[in-house]
Design a protein around this ligand. Structure first.
Ligand code: AMP
Ligand code: MG
Length: 407
């Protein structure tokens, strides 16, 4: 048997970030930038008003106060987007809106709250200092500045910045495309009637959602019956759009274990026993002309999911080019005992909370790898070391944090 760490090391060997592509701005969201992005124009692009109010020469309103307001004629209006060529001559002012270009001559904006909001003339009740409520061209970014460096993981705010510098495309590493199929002649699509002996295919939905959460573009192909020819044909059809292929089911030693039967013969996929619970049988290798990475995960939903978290997600994260590739592991106090077979690393379902500033984890449900309801009630996996068979209540344990969700 291989250890979890050995198997993880062997699946990660030879996996690197995907080659960079020119991506449209929103396709690049969640991806890793593969160029330095610079500003070609200043940000803001021109001097503009930070308030709705009046553009003035500050010297003209230096003496203004509640008791001694200053009245100025208003020569016009400038709205955001306006190109009207007003200028502010001594003793005059222009009504101005937030984001509108500051007219030549003006050096300050008096907010409308400090005025009577007059249209032909305005009474100003507060003095203004030079530069007040003026957003200067280039005060955020000067032209030529690198605003984002190669390797940046693009979240919403970085996407906003790229848009603000006027780019609609960037060079970035694309999301890996994952093809997901479930094997099993007992499976029916969710929503279809169940006949005796049949069960809904939970894994392809589960693994598709998990792949998306990991940052991949996931294609749920669905069910393939336990027939080697159909499996190989489906894989051949799907390889064209795959950076990685995931199957579930058919990897153990049963008579109809189709993935093992069909792919074992190719010689490029190995079927190993990994010292873990759940998830002992694991298939991994390369298939097709492009040597696409292939995972044959076990069929029980909990085994499939835990295998995904432990082996597949790190591979997808490596392909995306992000760091860290692993889920965060925290130390937590265990509320109740947990047992584990000797020589296997157990990933037990748990509910992680913070109490009095410390992590606390409570085991959730039984250990059966078909128990998908308790999987869904967990937000963490309690990691029991390979050589440990029993953890007492109050023991301190490693806990892998899963996706953050509200209960
Ligand atoms: P297998 O690995 O194919 O022997 O499957 C192990 C167990 O997981 C069996 O009880 C299967 O019925 C079940 N199983 C396999 N694939 C799925 C699936 N896609 N959704 C739900 N259960 C499944
Ligand atoms: Mg099966």
């Amino acid at each position: 048997m291989k250890t979890v760490d050995e198997h993880l090391a062997s699946v990660l060997a030879g996996i690197g970030p995907l080659s960079a592509l020119e991506l449209t701005l929103l396709d690049a969201h969640g991806c890793v930038l593969a160029e330095d992005v610079s500003a070609t124009h200043p940000l803001p692009p021109f001097d503009n008003s930070a308030m709705d109010g009046y553009a003035v020469r500050s010297v003209d309103v230096a003496s203004a106060s509640e008791q001694t307001p200053v009245t100025l004629p208003v020569v016009g209006d400038v709205a955001a987007g306006s190109t009207t060529p007003y200028s502010v001559q001594p003793g005059l002012c222009v009504r101005i809106m937030t984001g509108a270009p500051l007219p030549p001559g003006a050096d300050a904006v008096v907010p409308q709250e400090s005025t009577d909001e007059g249209l032909a003339q305005v009474s100003i009740r507060a003095a203004a200092t030079a530069g007040q409520y003026v957003r200067r061209a280039g005060e955020d970014v000067t032209p030529g500045t690198v605003v984002l460096t190669n390797g940046t993981h693009l979240g919403a705010t970085q996407i906003g910045l790229i848009a603000a510098v006027g780019r609609d495309r960037v060079l970035a590493r694309p999301r890996p495309r994952v093809v997901i199929l479930s094997t099993g002649s007992e499976l029916v699509d969710p929503g279809q009637p169940l006949t005796p002996g049949k069960i809904p295919d939970a894994n392809s939905a589960l693994l598709t959602a998990a792949s998306q959460e990991a940052g991949a573009i996931a294609f749920r192909v669905g069910i393939v019956p336990d027939d080697p020819r159909q499996l190989l044909d489906t894989l051949e059809d799907q390889l064209i759009r795959a950076d990685l292929v995931l199957t579930s089911g058919g990897v153990s030693v049963g008579a109809y274990d189709v993935v093992k039967d069909a792919l074992g013969r190719l010689g490029t996929v190995a079927f190993d026993r990994v010292a873990m619970q759940p998830g002992m049988p694991q298939g991994f290798g390369r298939i097709g002309p492009d040597e696409t990475p292939f995972f044959g995960l076990p069929g029980n939903p909990v085994s499939a999911y835990v295998s995904f978290e432990v082996f597949v997600r790190p591979v997808l994260r490596r392909m995306l080019g992000v760091d860290p590739i692993n889920r965060p592991i925290v130390r937590a106090r265990l509320t109740d005992p947990v047992t584990s077979p000797y020589g296997k690393r157990t990933f037990a379902r748990g509910w992680l909370t913070v109490e009095a500033g410390k992590y606390v984890v409570r085991p959730v449900g039984g250990s059966g790898s078909h128990l998908i309801a308790s999987l869904s009630a967990a937000n963490a996996l309690i990691v029991v070391p390979d050589a440990t068979t029993e953890l007492e209540a109050d023991a301190t344990v490693d806990v892998m944090m899963l996706e953050r969700r509200q209960r």
